[in-house]
Design a protein around this ligand. Structure first.
Ligand code: KG4
Ligand code: ZN
Length: 347
């Protein structure tokens, strides 16, 4: 490690952002380049995996080159390469991992294959003055996951709560679709909710045992409430409701849904804190952690800088830094099975 500092190039391509970043000592961001495909998928109302993979292929090299340039680094200054290997869209992950593996071999750098949710959690260690204290509880709220984790120390995780069906981010995206708001639904709902009455529509809290979640019922509850409000039968197709809704109704539904979602998360966290009274910090992570109402409700929790809530390469580099510190072995760049959980063994 060159000058006593560890500089890691983090690469992220798990969904619809092509991202690369150089981070020093798991904390200081020297560069952070994110090319989002949101504009492409806003037109379709969701991510098309094949299009996402092809967009990553186009963007990945320029994004990495820019990350190095912005950081004022050459390959000599980089100590390791970190890349998201799972979970995510297969084609998208393949572009990132194949690129990272090739660069690791070409430039003779150690490679770290990092789990995406771990990276989201480690966004909370970036550019902070006060670090979360262990043992801690973490709530991961993204497009694909809703989990509560117990972390006794760095790089150790126990899943103590998870969703039985939809993830919370997915629920924001689907409710937005019903209301005729654009993709991604989370920011669109938050924006519409600003002008709405959060107490206008009463939506149910699902009864799920322990620290687990369920969000598919909430999505259906919004659908039924919209149909009822419009005096339409439950057979009326969900894609046609938006044209009947006024701006005020959309705002009230957005606000009522957002409040219910935030309350559900906060109730489960209160239960988690009761069950794990020894925990010293609460750390919120993932795309939905950008949500302002959630930030206001959980005002004593750690949240990443809103710019680092969504997918980015800096969090991947930070997670790899703590893997190195915890003594995790580097990934062999010649091995094929660094991406998803499929391991093909020769018979
Ligand atoms: O972590 P992320 O960027 O990608 C995944 O790993 O899934 O999370 C994306 C999710 C999307 O469902 C998006 O609607 C949601 O995060 N999201 C939000 C907000 N910003 C993004 N949800 C609620 N409020 C927001 N401000
Ligand atoms: Zn993510």
């Amino acid at each position: 490690m060159s000058d006593g500092n560890t500089r890691i190039l983090g690469i992220e391509t798990s969904c619809d952002e092509t991202a690369a970043s150089v981070v020093e000592n798991g904390k200081k961001i020297l560069s952070n380049v994110v090319v989002s495909q949101i504009d492409i998928f806003a037109e379709y109302g969701g991510v098309i995996p094949e299009v996402a993979a092809r967009s990553h292929l186009e963007a990945i090299q320029p994004v990495i080159n820019k990350a190095l340039k912005d950081a004022g680094c050459t390959w000599n200054d980089i100590d390791a390469i970190a890349v998201t290997h799972a979970p995510g869209l297969l084609g998208s992950l393949l572009i990132g991992t194949l690129t990272a593996r090739t660069l690791a071999i070409l430039h003779n750098k150690p490679l770290y294959a990092v789990h995406h949710l771990k990276s989201h959690i480690y966004a909370n260690w970036l550019e902070t003055e006060t670090e979360p204290e262990f043992p801690l509880l973490s709530l991961v709220v993204s497009g694909g996951h809703t989990q509560i984790l117990y972390m006794p120390r760095h790089d150790e995780f126990e899943i103590i709560g998870t969703t039985h069906d939809d993830a919370i981010g997915e629920c924001f995206d689907k409710v937005a679709k019903i209301l005729g708001l654009p993709y991604p639904g989370g920011p669109a709902i938050a924006k519409a909710a600003k002008n709405g009455d959060p107490n206008k529509y009463k939506l149910p809290h699902p009864k799920v045992e322990n620290l687990d979640f369920s969000f598919s019922g909430l999505k259906t509850a919004v659908l039924r409430a919209v149909q009822k409000e419009l005096n339409l039968p439950i057979s009326h197709p969900s894609h046609d409701l938006k044209s009947h809704l006024t701006k005020k109704q959309v705002a009230d539904f957005a606000a009522s849904f957002e409040k219910t979602a935030v309350d559900i998360l906060s109730e489960k966290l209160a239960l988690a804190r009761e069950k794990y009274p020894e925990t010293k910090s609460l750390v919120i992570a993932g795309g939905v952690s950008a949500n302002k109402a959630l930030r206001e409700k959980l005002n004593d929790a750690f949240f990443p800088d809103p710019k680092l809530s969504g997918d980015n390469g800096a969090m991947v580099a930070a997670a790899a830094y703590y893997e190195i510190k915890a003594g995790v072995a580097e990934t062999d760049p010649y091995k094929l099975n660094i991406y998803p959980r499929i391991s093909i063994e020769a018979k």
